[in-house]
Design a protein around this ligand. Structure first.
Ligand SMILES: *Cc1c(COP(=O)(O)O)cnc(C)c1O
Length: 379
């Protein structure tokens, strides 16, 4: 059996150990410490735009605190992209708020600005109130159509929270994903662009908001000699040891991004002439996806096989692929919530889509092998 090719594996730089040794020598084996602060500063520098970053225990925690900062609470409605991972909308429910799902457009696979505006107008008509926030996702690293989305959001005065968990380093009009909205969430889970073995960060508009987020993430403990609380807190801080891993990872962030994009280039080139297979591309020069995962759309009439049949055939060759995220309105747990999307674009993208192995540790030969096996199952 040939070597196993996985979808997206953690890829260590080797310098993580050095930062961890420093932490051990300084006895910084605690939640707070210099490395988690250094990691935040380096993320801030990378993102630019004068943002303040707070490192947290998970991307999901970042989305949750972002919603809290936007004042989302019980019975508020929050618009969320329908085609996404459930972690984009679970925190809406943690707050006792109501997710309102909005369909994607086919180019970026992200929230459709036209349907978004329809949904906002309809919710106002139906409930008398505008939704409290909009959760936009940059799926698989592809930036959403932020000009159009921000125009709609500001027209109705609704803040945007970007779920940039998959989009660290992606750019739109030369500006980093996660810096357009009021808040932006990043993830450093094991399968993302860089990992802290589990972690996330919230990109905040300024230092004051970041200080409040840090306060909430560390049990909302007031500055007094005894424990004193005026608000509900969370235990969402990234540990310093995870911060060490993050520092080692950010050392090589540019290389990791270049490699993901190079892998996408190989797929785009090798699969260009395969009938019934189309590789997702940047729709225009405005978009610069990190191509966290390269994805394809399959036309079974031309390939003779469905995405799931391809998945099973490739698994047999020791190659891991994955179907796209299944739209939220198709999940039993979220079926009862409002959904806007007459064209069901997200459902179609899901039914025809497949994610290809894209980890930055994969070699050119690995990717060529995936292409060969993929072509072999399309006859
Ligand atoms: C990974 C991911 C998250 C959650 O991040 P965690 O760090 O795993 O909590 C949220 N949204 C999307 C789109 C993701 O891919």
């Amino acid at each position: 059996m040939e070597k196993r090719i996985l979808l997206s594996m953690p890829h260590m730089s080797g310098t993580e150990q050095k930062y961890i040794s420093e932490a051990f020598e300084g006895s910084w084996i605690v939640p707070l410490g210099p490395h988690v602060n250094e990691f935040e500063l380096r993320l801030q520098h990378f993102l630019g735009e004068n943002k303040s970053v707070v490192a947290l225990s998970a991307g999901t925690a970042a989305i949750h605190l972002g919603l809290i900062m936007l004042g989302v609470s019980r019975d508020d409605e929050v618009i969320c992209q329908d085609l996404t991972f459930s972690a984009s909308c679970n925190p809406i429910c943690y707050q006792g708020a109501i997710p309102v799902f909005v369909d994607s457009e086919p180019e970026t696979m992200n929230i459709d600005p036209v349907v978004l505006e329809e949904a906002i107008i309809d919710r106002k008509k139906y409930t008398g109130r505008y939704p409290k926030a909009i959760v936009v996702v940059h799926l698989y690293g592809m930036p959403a159509k932020m000009d159009e989305i921000m125009a709609v959001a500001s027209k109705y005065g609704i803040p945007v929270l970007e779920d940039a968990a998959e989009a660290l380093g992606s750019e739109y009009s030369g500006r980093k994903a996660g810096t357009f909205g009021e808040y932006g969430a990043l993830s450093f889970n094991g399968n993302k662009i860089i990992t802290t073995s589990g972690g996330g960060a919230l990109i905040c508009p300024d230092k004051e908001c970041a200080a409040r987020v840090l306060f909430l993430a560390t049990q909302a403990r007031e500055n007094r000699p005894y424990y004193y609380h005026t608000t509900i807190g969370y235990n969402y801080r990234l540990s310093n040891i995870s911060g060490c891993i993050g520092c080692g990872q950010i050392d090589v962030l540019d290389e990791r991004l270049a490699r993901r994009r190079a892998i996408h280039d190989i797929y785009a080139r090798e699969l260009a002439c395969v009938p019934g297979i189309s590789v997702q591309m940047n729709p225009s020069d405005k978009f610069n996806s990190n191509f966290w995962l390269s994805t394809i759309q399959v036309n079974p009439e031309l390939t003779g096989c469905t995405p799931d049949e391809i998945r099973v055939a490739l698994a047999d060759k020791n190659i891991e692929t994955r179907l796209l995220w299944r739209p939220m309105h198709m999940m039993p747990v979220f079926e009862k919530y409002p959904y806007y999307g007459n064209a069901e674009t997200g459902r179609r993208l899901f039914e025809n889509g497949l994610c290809l192995p894209s980890g930055s540790s994969l070699t050119d030969e690995d990717i060529l092998r995936v292409c060969r096996e993929l072509k072999a199952c399309c006859k």
